[in-house]
Design a protein around this ligand. Structure first.
Ligand SMILES: Nc1ncnc2c1ncn2[C@@H]1O[C@H](COP(=O)(O)OP(=O)(O)OP(=O)(O)O)[C@@H](O)[C@H]1O
Ligand SMILES: [Mg+2]
Length: 266
């Protein structure tokens, strides 16, 4: 299997000044020497409680967060040192889907404009082909061509997440980073969106980095899982092995805390 993404010793410290006169400085190790690798066409889940560094990790891969240290190889490229056209081309290959699709969809644009934007930014296709692509992708995520005229507020949460997915996938990326993509949705809608993501993965051979705090979802979607705590990777491995035989006490506690899950004690 081909490695799509490999990271080495990713570290990030945030420094914050506290207090009115800003004399007290605190630092938070949001990422502390995080190394992992994802194979093409697979799903890697990232789990860990709030503040463990999951979103910082995601943002560092799309270069929204500047790392202090570390290297990332993506599809054979040294991701953190790319510039110009090669950076632009890799940017197209790594897309993100966010937790709150409402916040990430511009309320003043209709769905057609929302989906056209990434194609315009990346200067892809002529107007005719763009229209065809947009119609194709809106249907692939289970919405209708007539929905393209509507605005984000006219859709339900689940439908908005479908739009977020369509917008990310229209660039035909290789890696899709999903940061808590279903945690704002009802359980029944969650299942539909997870199924859609799985179907699209099969169809396009997508690779997912799937961030969630919900271990039940991990069992459904992930081939591999990494467990983060205070910016450190405390355990990583194949999902079924981690669930059957967690080595780290923190992972054990996380698994034990899943409601309704009968875990095997060892
Ligand atoms: N821009 C920032 N400036 C300062 N500190 C930050 C910043 N962004 C994140 N942090 C801190 O870094 C740590 C990791 O944050 P991060 O958002 O990566 O966690 P997370 O695992 O995504 O949490 P959640 O599950 O709540 O989304 C936290 O302690 C957070 O307060
Ligand atoms: Mg987060």
């Amino acid at each position: 299997m081909k490695k799509l993404l490999e990271t080495n010793n990713l570290s990030k410290t945030y420094t914050q000044t506290q207090g009115f006169f800003s004399r007290i400085k605190t630092s938070i190790h949001a990422l502390d020497n995080v190394s992992f690798c994802i194979n093409e066409g697979t799903t890697m889940a990232v789990v860990g409680e709030s503040g463990s560094g999951k979103s910082t990790l995601a943002k560092s891969l799309v270069r929204l967060v500047q790392l202090d240290q570390g290297s990332v190889t993506f599809d054979g490229n040294d991701l953190l040192n790319l510039e110009g056209e090669s950076l632009k081309s890799v940017r197209k290959d790594i897309q993100m889907i966010f937790q709150d699709p409402y916040a990430s969809l511009n309320p003043r644009l209709n769905i057609l404009q929302i989906m056209e934007e990434p194609l315009v930014i990346h200067n892809l296709y002529n107007a005719d082909k763009r229209q065809k692509k947009i119609e194709d992708f809106i249907k692939r995520v289970g919405l209708k061509v007539s929905d393209l005229k509507k605005y984000p507020h006219q859709f339900s949460g689940g439908q908005r997440q479908r739009i977020g997915i369509a917008r990310a996938l229209i660039l035909e990326p290789k890696l899709v980073i999903c940061d808590e993509p279903v945690s704002a949705l009802d359980v029944s809608v969650q299942a539909q969106i997870l199924k859609l993501l799985k179907d699209l993965q099969k169809e396009f051979g997508l690779t997912y980095l799937f961030i969630t705090h919900d271990l039940r979802i991990v069992r459904h979607v992930a081939d591999d899982v990494m467990v983060m705590r205070y910016g450190k990777l405390v355990e990583q491995g194949k999902t079924d092995i981690i669930f059957k035989k967690p080595k780290n006490q923190y992972t054990k506690d996380l698994i034990q805390s899943i409601p309704g899950l009968i875990s095997t004690r060892n």
